[in-house]
Ligand binder design. Sequence first.
Ligand code: G4P
Length: 529
Amino acid sequence: MSKALQTEPLTRRVFAIISHPDAGKTTLTENMLLASGAIHQAGKVAARGEARRTQSDWMKIEQERGISVSSSVMTFEHRGLTFNLLDTPGHEDFSEDTYRTLTAADCAVMVLDVAKGIEPQTLKLFEVCRLRDIPIVTFINKLDREGVDPFDLISEIEDKLALDVVPMQWPAASGRRFKGVVDLRTQKFLAFEKPESGKDHSWMPVGGDSITTHFNDDALLDEFREEAELAREYPDFNEQSFREGHMTPVYFGSALRKFGVLELIDALAELVPPPQPEPAIKAGQNIQIDPTDKEVTGFVFKVQANMDLNHRDRVAFYRMVSGEFKRGMKLKSFDGRSLNVHNPVMFFAQDRELAEEAYAGDVIGIPNHGVLRVGDSLSESGKVKFAGIPNFAPEILRRARLEDPLKAKHLRKALESLAEEGVTQLFKPALGADMIVGAVGSLQIDVMRERIKTEYGLGVQFEVPPYQTARWLTSDDAAKLKYFVDKNTVNMAEDIDGDPVFLAKSAWDIGYAQEKNPDIRFLTTKERR
Ligand code: G4P
């Protein structure tokens, strides 16, 4: 085994940031990249707030709604470790996209606004994390603004998310009185200096003279010491419980004031697990693939089309699970498609670089012309299959109607391509020539309409069809499934993989059909192979 194959995976940390819009995810991302030296100037990643709304890169919809639609990956280095930060869309309508991204992350940072605590979208995204019990580090942001009492915030996290919470730091007040945070393990105090004072944030002994001068307010210092003492009563940090997704360590800071950001990266360096063995199936056997196994294996968790409209490229984001990837290597999907990977890219802040080699925990972008799909397992042998990435039953179904009916073929291609990318789902009814699209949230439909217009030049209307919901059908008894499908052609459709889907008017109809056909399973999720 090459030495690099043994040592490189240990230096990778893959994580994602989740937050309710406006809690500060973009600011934190940017300042992490600044703190680690990956970028040198603010504003390179993505503009914040209003600026982002007007400058947004490729989609009008992002400007109109002020939301970040597409996820991407950014790489930075710190203390000899390579961090791959996977960005997730903040809006709940894209929770499917977030779920897919989280399948490739080994940890999530949950950003909370100190004044707002757990917001609706935090809860939704957390539920997505819980589906995989992914470890979560909590960062309470905006301490430079008046906030909720940290004891109350911690209780809120405990109650609403049913997590054990361990503060790793404790803040001294917030807003105008904010003085800094103490590291509850080392007892060192990180002083918050106002930027205008020109001083860097610095650590000082909690019992020393400097802290007294820094506080300049005995009552506040006493209050802080008392609180920090109480904060030590929380349970000790337990690595196993954290890794199993039951316990979250909490850090405090202000992303905007660059306070606590470097400390958060240090914490991630310590806490985010390096790539772990991943369960897979090979030759019909359940196996564990170790990051240091020789064969290159991994899976596609995201496909993004037209990142650069001039090139009309399509990039598959491939999370490596094992092996030593070299540029030019041939990789095969589990179902026999093969691809020579000549131009794999890695993403450093906004730059792309050719990846000459990559290891477990790396995310490489593989440009392709529609060969790769979300959920594909890719390996040298083509015999390895990781758990697929699920599609969720759509909550919104729409019939696509072209403004120019002569362009039906083009529309089908566009819809198929967007379905392969995972933007929306596509169902082809057994009868008629309709194309039904499905989405979990209505913004997905808006994004699709906009992209069909800008990328394919097609005007399309979306109408409400006579069905509201869809279920994937499976059965251990193929004859019974076929009988059901033949008997219910009016309600049957195929998804993009050709699998049978039952379209129903209501959940009641599904319940009824299920009751009458106990040998058939009506599934709300389907794993993409
Ligand atoms: P998001 O990606 O989670 O949606 O949040 P984003 O970083 O865009 O931040 C949302 C707003 O919160 C921005 O203000 C940003 O400057 C502000 N913010 C982020 N972190 C902090 C912090 O630690 N302290 C304070 N006080 N504010 C913070 P905006 O007014 O929408 O944008 P801008 O005009 O400041 O750029």
